[in-house]
Design a binder for this molecule. Structure first.
Ligand SMILES: *[C@@H]1O[C@H](CO)[C@@H](O)[C@H](O)[C@H]1NC(C)=O
Ligand SMILES: *[C@@H]1O[C@H](CO)[C@@H](O)[C@H](O)[C@H]1NC(C)=O
Length: 475
């Protein structure tokens, strides 16, 4: 007994740097694009995502995890651990404007690299690419295979007739016709197969699916032949194609013997756009708004390192929390300058969340503000439309109908009691004190805003300057 103890102390003292690295979990961080609350099978049984369903139910389903309302801001929160309003990253990156995620931020892959991880990214970046310094391989990723901008054709890998597909800094022109969901799964398989199992792996896999355009191999549509709305049918097919791609990746991790030591996180970058066939039902609103449907996203975590699994975690969590949580799992120390909180103990044991508030957004340029404090949510300023409760086509066929919102703000909701945002408490006498306190908190946070820069399109960005490729190097 004493000898064993002695040996294990020796192991602790001298094992660092050699054996310890392989004991850190591999991390698979999967992000779906525009996948709504009701576009996963655990929230809507008409959706066919069996791989994700099995992982989610054998892991921990996050039922109150928030993203930003749109893509670049969500990815900012995820990779920096900070709310985008503090970084001037409140809106999506435009491919013709000289803008990107501030270069003085140390990103999640940079932090994990310092902790001994091999870091790879496959999929969508959308955090700036007007110069190489903004792009993944200069921001902590050992390798990058994917696209820099927000959306493109799934087969030609072009947007506005110009190519945007990269292997590191080399434009990839020989994958025309290969569906991106399958292309990215193949690349992930290659990375895993070539990976040295003694080194911890960080694989960031932000898929193109299920963002528009509506493109999916026709075999995926047959299952949904009874769905009468073509856009919805495509989205359902795209979700299943995504699920199949994730199965390929997890099967490869299993084949390589890495799976038992892999921590998987899955999340959507924001809610769906109901006019495109995605659905956040029964949550209110759509992508780009401050409604719950835009920001409360389907997500889960899976892995043997969790003490407790097979349950739904109801604690409040935000994308900014992923960085400190993963850094702690990887053996790093906490950075007090972040907005994110280390959620590891809470989610791995099912205890209360350390998070009590968050900022949906503060964007003075667009005059839009929303915060959550405790159970309450305040939304003020200009209001985006899309405030309905949109039932997806397959539910409409069963008689569940879309309800029209059509109210003007400001809004005050008790999200715990009223997660569907049906009852606006703003101006109701009984809630006057809550309303004042929420206003006060918003006023305290507003001075920390870095405004989103108002930039003109730069003609130098035009792909015609680069042989019809959306190339960095013009800012
Ligand atoms: C998740 O939250 C939603 C909205 O509050 C609720 O309707 C649903 O029942 C919750 N799911 C689970 C599994 O608890
Ligand atoms: C929305 O509200 C406005 C003003 O209250 C009203 O004129 C309009 O008819 C409403 N629209 C719907 C679809 O309910």
């Amino acid at each position: 007994m004493a000898v064993l103890l002695f040996i294990s102390i020796l192991g602790c003292l001298f094992g660092q740097g050699t054996a310890q690295a392989s004991t850190k979990p591999h991390i698979l961080l999967i992000v779906a694009d525009d996948l709504g609350w009701s576009d996963v099978s655990w929230n809507n049984p008409h959706v066919m995502t069996p791989t994700l369903q099995t992982l989610a139910t054998n892991g921990v389903i996050f039922n109150q995890t928030y993203s930003q309302p749109t893509c670049s801001p969500s990815r900012t929160a995820l990779l920096t651990g900070k709310f985008p309003y503090r970084l001037g990253m409140q809106r999506v990156m435009n491919s013709r404007k000289p803008h990107g995620l501030p270069l003085d931020e140390e990103l999640l892959p940079q932090k994990l690299k310092k902790l001994g991880y091999a870091t790879h990214m496959v999929g969508k970046w959308h955090l700036g690419s007007c110069k190489w310094e903004y792009t993944p391989t200069e921001r902590g990723f050992d390798s990058f295979y994917g696209y820099h901008h927000g959306s493109q054709d799934y087969y030609t890998h072009k947007s506005a007739r110009a190519l945007d597909l990269w292997d590191g800094k080399t434009s990839v022109s020989d994958q025309n016709g290969v569906y991106s969901t399958e292309l990215f799964a193949s690349r992930a398989e290659d990375i895993i197969n070539q990976h040295d199992p003694n080194t911890p792996l960080f694989l960031y896999l932000p898929f193109q699916s299920v963002h528009t355009p509506h493109q999916v191999p026709s075999s995926y549509l047959q299952t949904f032949s009874t769905v009468q709305d073509d856009d919805r049918k495509s989205i359902l097919g795209m979700a299943t194609a995504l699920d199949d791609a994730i199965k390929r990746v997890t099967d490869t991790l299993k084949g390589k013997g890495l799976w038992d030591n892999t921590l998987t996180i899955f999340m959507s970058d924001n809610g769906g756009e109901y006019s495109d066939g995605q659905s956040n039902w029964p949550l209110r609103g759509a992508k780009g708004t401050f409604w719950e449907g835009a920001t409360r996203v389907p997500a889960f975590i899976h892995g043997n390192m969790l003490d407790r699994t097979g349950y739904t975690y109801h604690g409040m969590m935000h994308f900014v929390d992923i960085l400190p949580t993963l850094v702690s799992v990887a053996g790093g120390t906490e950075d007090p300058g972040l907005d994110g909180k280390n959620m590891w103990r809470s989610i791995s044991t099912g205890s209360d969340s350390p998070r009590t508030e968050f900022v949906y957004d503060i964007d003075s340029g667009e005059h839009r503000f929303a915060i959550r404090v405790g159970d309450y949510k305040l939304v003020t300023g200009n209001r985006a439309p899309k405030d309905d409760w949109y039932a997806p086509a397959e539910m409409q066929q069963m008689g569940i109908l879309t309800e029209i919102g059509n109210e003007s703000g400001p809004f005050l909701f008790n999200i715990r009691e009223d997660p569907l945002e049906k009852s606006n408490l703003y101006g109701v006498a009984e809630y006057a004190a809550v309303q004042r306190a929420m206003r006060r908190r918003l006023n305290e946070l507003t001075p920390y805003e870095v405004p989103f820069p108002d930039l003109a399109d730069d003609p130098a960005a035009d792909p015609s300057n680069y042989g019809n490729v959306w190339a960095p190097g013009w800012c």
